[in-house]
Write a protein that binds this ligand. Sequence first.
Ligand SMILES: [Zn+2]
Length: 112
Amino acid sequence: MAEDSVSIRRFQDVIRDTFHEKDATRGIGGTFMWFTEEVGELARALKRKERDRDELVVEFSDVFAWLCTLASMSDIDMEDAVARYLSGCPRCRAIPCACGERTRFQDVEPAE
Ligand SMILES: [Zn+2]
């Protein structure tokens, strides 16, 4: 473990400071395409018979960086956003989640 941990907010800030100009010209649609490309690369890394830990580190961090970029472009603070999971499942409030598997990712509030 690294001794100095990085907060989600600090990570999102660094990603924004590093890439914002390029991201702004690409727009959210183009940026989302890049994000899905990275998700595909992560899928390929996970599917390998012999998983390469170094490759997984790269792919997980790339996916998270692109996710943070999309959040920044949408004025979403990821540290605030993930807080909804800190006191348990957002739906049933339990740790571990007591929801049925089929309801796991449904909205807590009824969809419109
Ligand atoms: Zn639950």
